[in-house]
Ligand binder design. Structure first.
Ligand code: SRM
Ligand code: SF4
Length: 574
């Protein structure tokens, strides 16, 4: 419920606020910690501060107990997340990250994420500084890919398919630059940059205490909602006329995370603020960020994201403040429709007669296996590819900008190294999981390691009930933070404990409806039994072409989530 008076939450600020305030604009004592070889980890405030530089401290949970038994500290290491607006990376950069992953990470993999970038898992302390320097030399940084700042800006994939894609991607890059922290801390700590007195620096948009919580932005090109706008704080929906981008509809306040047992947290869809012309884009981006900076909850981090600020102060109040700060009046929303999600696999021909090949990468994990040496395959392709690579928001990868005379060479390599799967089902292409165990410290249940076999079971059910060519958007997330975006799936599993999940159903194909909880705390066996019954019913009772998520809502198996702030936990409507 809105309360226009309640613009700032009073109370004792969370400890993260102290950490940011005392950090000397994100420097902390990271440099001192880095040279301390008594521990492999970062201590006290630096544990949080390294996030603003794109890193998380982790340890392998599969071996944690064993090390404890041996009285060893956990095998501390960091996960690095790169900043790649719109997911663009060149073959030369790919070769550098491929080599680094092989030579200096514990797992040897490159992990493509749900936000169009890559992560290295398992970088030990002695390699951290050289990692940043190596990336920097090839033009990649990891600034603000984590922490209470604007994260990697997404953009609908395949941006050179048309002029509008190209323009939209350029806006994603500009927004990312505009909202970056301005502190010199990253350069000083990791790149031996010249020392600057932090008291002489300013953060005009983010503020010197940074944002109350993480903040996420997309540029999306309808009809493809591949970036899942409702997972994001701020979205620019591209509006074109005669093949030219003319402006954006602006959607604010989406987000998917919740906490088990805390009904003040819930997934929420973004609200439509209206249309703006192109020249107002950066002003509006800065105004939304600065309004959230000033009004977001700095007392309780569980309720600190933009979605809760909108609920607390009211959508109209927030929107008016953005208009005031940006010097703009939102025009009526221009007509648009999302009709699909996911990626368009295989070859498409784009502008300039170039070709683009979208590859399915299961779980986004680029790692050689005996059956599919895909990491080697990507390396071989990078050695000859003349265009670039584009990472998608669904953990897949596009080989973009291939000239006609190179198409067959790329196709041959992709086939040779198992990067093309002629028999992969539509169901597998429509399934996704977050990283979860063993690296994620917050994981409650398996996700990435659980997904492949779970999809096989669903494929078998679809075949058994005469629907082998159908698919259901199926997503698994190892805890309620929702990194695998299960809260926008037709079937979403949310980890609750070892081999226990909440089962949500009733999202739709285009990602504009949140699925409702149908069964709580059930095992994988119970999940499959439940899904078997539901898929059977769907096969018998569906109307022509009716998707699973729409069917379970029409058949009153679950009530649709209409306003999640009010009815997400309302048991009487399910
Ligand atoms: Fe996430 C935290 C992985 C997309 C909501 N996320 C984490 C951490 C860093 C755990 C931690 O805090 O220590 C996970 C690291 C696991 C690992 O070992 O790699 C993690 N999140 C991921 C990735 C890699 C999942 C994946 O399989 O691809 C995605 C990286 C995105 C990127 O490149 O920036 C990822 N995370 C998301 C998404 C989906 C999205 O943004 O499209 C969400 C839900 C949308 C949203 O924000 O509402 C998401 N992650 C969270 C949250 C809950 C935030 C909140 O509002 O409460 C956390 C925990 C936190 O921030 O406290 C979290
Ligand atoms: Fe980890 Fe939870 Fe995110 Fe999965 S959803 S990566 S388990 S924080």
């Amino acid at each position: 419920m809105s309360n226009e008076q309640n613009l700032v939450v009073e109370g004792k600020l969370s400890d993260n606020e102290r950490i940011k305030r005392e950090s000397k604009l994100l420097r902390g004592t990271i440099t001192e910690d880095l040279s301390d070889d008594i521990t492999g980890g970062f201590t006290s405030d630096n544990f949080q501060l390294i996030r603003f530089h794109g890193m998380y401290q982790q340890d392998d949970r599969d071996i944690r107990a064993e090390r404890q038994k041996q009285k060893l500290e956990p095998l501390h290491n960091v996960m690095l997340r790169a900043r790649l607006p719109g997911g663009v990376i060149t073959p030369q950069q790919w070769l550098v990250i491929d080599k680094f992953a092989k030579e200096h990470t514990m797992y040897g993999s490159i992990r493509l994420t749900t936000r169009q970038t890559f992560q290295f898992h398992g970088v030990l302390k002695p390699h951290i500084k050289s990692m940043h320097q190596t990336l920097n030399k090839t033009g990649i940084d990891s600034i603000a890919t984590a922490g209470d700042v604007n994260r990697n800006v997404l953009c609908t994939s395949n941006p050179i398919e048309s002029d509008v894609h190209q323009q939209a991607w350029q806006w994603a890059a500009k927004i990312s630059e505009h909202l970056l922290p301005k502190t010199n801390a990253y350069a000083e700590v990791w790149l031996d940059g010249e020392k600057v007195d932090s008291t002489q620096e300013d953060e005009p948009i983010l503020g010197t205490n940074y944002l109350p919580r993480k903040f996420k932005t997309t540029v999306v090109i309808p009809p493809l909602n591949d970036v899942d706008v409702h997972a994001n704080d701020l979205n620019f929906v591209a509006i074109a006329e005669n093949g030219e981008l003319i402006g954006f509809n602006v959607l604010v306040g989406g987000g998917l995370a919740m906490t088990h047992g805390d009904k003040s947290t819930y997934p929420r869809k973004a609200d439509d603020f209206g249309f703006i012309p192109l020249d107002k884009t950066l002003d509006v981006a800065a105004a939304v960020v600065s309004t959230q900076r000033d009004w977001g909850n700095r007392v309780n981090r569980k309720n600190a994201k933009t979605k809760y600020t909108l609920e607390r102060v009211g959508v109209d109040t927030f929107k008016k403040e953005v208009e005031k700060r940006a010097g703009v009046v939102f025009e009526e929303t221009r007509a648009y429709e999302f009709t699909e999600r996911g990626d368009r696999f295989g070859w498409v021909k784009g502008i300039d007669d170039k070709h683009h090949l979208t590859l399915f990468i299961e779980n986004g994990r680029i790692l050689d296996t005996e059956a599919s040496p895909i990491k080697t395959g990507m390396r071989e392709i990078a050695k000859i590819h003349q265009g670039d690579f584009r990472l998608t928001a669904n953990q897949n990868l596009i080989i973009a900008g291939v000239p006609e005379d190179q198409k067959s060479a790329i196709q041959d390599l992709a086939e040779q190294y198992g990067l093309i799967h002629p028999t992969v089902s539509k169901q597998r292409l429509d399934s996704m999981a977050c990283v979860s165990l063993p690296t994620c410290p917050l994981a409650m249940a398996e996700a990435e390691r659980y997904l492949p076999d779970a999809v096989t079971e669903i494929e078998q059910m679809l075949a058994k009930y005469g629907l082998p060519d159908e698919s259901i958007i199926y997503r698994v997330t190892g805890c309620p933070n929702g990194c695998g975006r299960a809260m926008l799936a037709e079937i979403g599993l949310v980890g609750k404990g070892p081999n226990k999940y909440n089962l949500h159903i009733g999202g739709n194909r285009n990602g504009t409806r949140i699925p409702r909880m149908f069964r709580e705390n059930i095992s994988d066996v119970e999940i499959m039994q439940t899904l078997d019954e539901l898929i059977k019913k769907w096969s018998e009772e569906r109307q022509e072409g009716e998707a699973f998520g729409d069917y379970v809502v029409r058949a009153n198996i679950v009530a649709p989530v209409i306003n999640s702030a009010e009815d997400f936990y309302d048991a009487s409507v399910s």
